[in-house]
Design a protein around this ligand. Structure first.
Ligand code: ZN
Length: 68
């Protein structure tokens, strides 16, 4: 079974898995949380982010939401 599928089945909503952060810090083998699916053209992957990057992302989302 591919590792990616394995990670997906272990994933609990809001749960943390060990992996790579996709949100800019480029660190690997640290606790990351599933953010959502990301699509680039026809390819689709799961996006994960570490606590630091998720905090930054959350602040950005709230900032954008406040502008509407
Ligand atoms: Zn990060």
């Amino acid at each position: 079974m591919p590792a990616a599928r394995c990670a997906r089945t272990e994933l609990a909503p809001g749960g943390w898995v060990t992996g790579r952060c996709w949100l800019g810090c480029e660190r690997e083998d640290l606790p990351v949380q599933w953010v959502g699916p990301v699509e680039v053209g026809i390819e689709r992957a799961d996006l994960y982010g570490c606590a630091d990057c998720l905090a930054r992302l959350r602040a950005r989302v709230l900032e954008e939401a406040g502008r509407r």
